[in-house]
Design a protein around this ligand. Structure first.
Ligand SMILES: Cc1ncc(COP(=O)(O)O)c(C=O)c1O
Length: 393
């Protein structure tokens, strides 16, 4: 099914007044999401927070059902979290590590994940090792195979990095991890909502993502998938009376499902909004979304390539909706300001988000234009014309 762009845009009213190429930061939310969030907030104000929650139990349950449908897993394998980072942390900090254990990761690993790995390496004596890239700039699966031994306790991979179009071969990595019996934690923060994600094909034990980016959900939302069979191999790092039951003075019992990774308190309006966002993405179809996003991003790359002084920096065999580039003699943040004056949103990538990759390629700051299915070819042309004007001025 192809996407009805006019309908998508009419259901995202802000499209009419702003060109939004910052979907990798936070997308524009569709009406289905803002209505769900505002509707719940209004009801909270009317009847009280707990009472509104009781009334809307069905909508809250729907968030789990929708996420499970999107990921092709059981609803019991989904934990709701406040962000992708907290979701990732809840899995990572629960994995037992001891001196000499090895964590394998990729060149595109996200900064917050790396910092957490460094912290745990210092605390436990485990070591972090980076799998090199292949000639296309994606994780080299052959090299990964050669690095495996019984001391490898975790493979942590960022599917799509925040600083470019790369789509890492997450399913091939998953097959290697599963065959070797090694836990596999996939950061799908930038891929969720812009392409299909099937945890059966990805063979991951854990998958973390956020709501606000390509899923077009509210800020302050995220989720963690935990494979049922992997749940017993770790203990959540934090527990409360929602994640566990206090059964006697000296004992507690963990929830039997992924709720053990959640906290009691949550922004319920945002949680319902996340469910609405996932339903909305599913209603378009993630295959159709991927096709549209990749075609638009390819057009952005083509047009940027034709502008003197512009260099597109995306890696990978398969490329997604995130386009990063440099412009000779122009600072990305200043460019962002010039675009903003024209009611055009784009963003910037800095080394702190993906330091291994940025340093290896001697990159400092990058301009980032990230497109979604509701963007248009006309917007791509307008954006590139504006860049030509700005750089000529
Ligand atoms: C690849 C990747 N992982 C994780 C995160 C963190 O997401 P959150 O801000 O929801 O914690 C980001 C945010 O940009 C990201 O790009």
């Amino acid at each position: 099914m192809s996407i009805d762009i006019d309908r998508a845009r009419s259901e995202t009213p802000r499209c009419a007044s702003v060109l939004h190429f910052n979907n990798a930061g936070a997308s524009l939310t569709p009406l289905a999401v803002s209505d769900a969030v505002l509707g719940f907030l209004t009801r909270e104000a009317e009847v009280g927070g707990y009472e509104a929650e009781l009334e809307r139990e069905g909508d809250i349950a729907n968030t789990y059902n929708a996420l499970a449908k999107m990921l092709h897993c059981r609803r019991e394998e989904i934990a709701y979290c406040e962000s992708a980072t907290r979701a990732w942390d809840m899995a990572f900090y629960g994995i037992p590590l001891k001196p000499g254990d090895r964590i394998l990761t990729g060149m595109a690993e996200y900064g917050s994940n790396w910092i957490a790995m460094l912290q745990r390496a210092r605390q436990t004596g485990a070591v972090i090792e980076v799998v090199p890239n292949d000639d296309c700039g994606q994780i080299a699966t052959q090299a990964l195979l050669g690095m495996l031994d019984e001391r490898v306790k975790l493979i942590a991979l960022t599917h799509v990095p925040s600083n470019g179009g790369l789509v890492n071969p997450a399913a091939a990595v998953g097959k290697i991890a599963r065959d070797a019996g090694i836990l596999y934690l996939l950061d799908a923060c930038q891929s969720a909502g812009q392409m299909p994600l099937d945890v059966r094909e990805l063979s991951c034990d854990f998958l973390s993502a956020t709501g606000r980016k390509f899923l077009r959900g509210p800020r302050g939302t995220g989720f963690l998938y935990v494979r049922k069979e992997a749940m017993e191999r770790l203990e959540p790092p934090f527990l409360d009376m929602h994640a566990a039951e206090w059964v006697s003075k000296n004992d507690y019992r963990l929830q039997p499902d992924a709720r053990r990774f959640e906290a009691f308190e949550a922004n319920i309006a945002a949680k319902i909004g996340l469910g609405a966002a996932v339903d909305y993405a599913l209603s378009w179809g993630l295959d159709a979304i991927r096709e549209r996003v990749q075609a638009l991003a390819a057009l952005v790359r083509l047009r940027l390539d034709a502008i003197p002084g512009v260099e597109v920096c995306d890696l990978g065999r398969e490329k997604c909706g995130i386009v990063t580039f440099t412009v000779d003699g122009h600072d990305p943040w200043k460019l962002r300001e010039s675009f903003a004056e024209r009611r055009m949103n784009m963003w910037m990538s800095q080394p702190s988000g993906t330091r291994l990759d940025m340093e290896a390629r001697h990159l400092t700051k990058l301009c980032r234009a990230s497109v979604h299915y509701y963007n248009t070819e006309e917007e791509v042309e307008r954006f590139c014309r504006a860049l030509t004007e700005i750089t000529r001025a």
